[in-house]
Design a protein around this ligand. Structure first.
Ligand code: ADP
Ligand code: MG
Length: 150
């Protein structure tokens, strides 16, 4: 049996399509706090989706959202939501993860947290409120599966 109670599929045909879709996806993710794992290969569109969501929530301009691959955490403060964007690609152990203080961040009442490569860590998958899986569907097409536990 699936642990997910809410499921929705989206399809886009371009980068700008994914940016625009941020609005519909962000509506699904309210109210906060929530922690969402973003799954998908390199170049799938995880960071692009976060850009679209940040813009939709008024937390940041599209061009100001950049990949936190090296810095691990980026934070953007909106009027109602604090968007926290993590990329765990370079992290290798649960011990390293602990030093990031992810648990503490996730407990802030206004936080909407997106964790790229979060599926690498069982503690993140268990703690997460859901996931968005992105697949290449040929050319610039991408399929998005949003699944929420609550
Ligand atoms: P990830 O964070 O998953 O590694 P990015 O969002 O950084 O991926 O990069 C996605 C890349 O794919 C960008 O170069 C973007 O221009 C391109 N792209 C092409 N089609 C799409 C689409 N439909 N949605 C999102 N990105 C797309
Ligand atoms: Mg990325």
């Amino acid at each position: 049996m699936s642990e997910f109670v809410k499921e929705k599929r989206f399809k886009t045909r371009s980068e700008s399509g994914t940016l625009a879709m941020g609005e519909r996806v962000s509506e699904m993710l309210l109210p906060v706090p929530k922690m969402i794992v973003l799954r998908g290969d390199l170049g799938a569109g995880k960071t692009t989706l976060v850009k679209g969501i940040a813009a939709a929530l008024g937390a940041a301009e599209v061009e100001d959202v950049t990949s936190p691959t090296f810095t691990l955490v980026h934070e953007y403060k909106g009027a109602k939501v604090r968007l926290v964007h993590l990329d765990l690609y370079r992290l290798e152990s649960e011990r390293e993860l602990l030093t990031l203080g992810l648990e503490e961040m996730a407990e802030e009442p206004d936080v909407l947290m997106f964790v790229e490569w979060g599926e690498k860590f069982l503690s993140v998958v268990e703690r997460a409120d859901g996931e968005i899986a992105i697949e290449h569907a040929g050319g610039d097409e991408r399929l998005f599966l949003v699944r929420l536990k609550r």
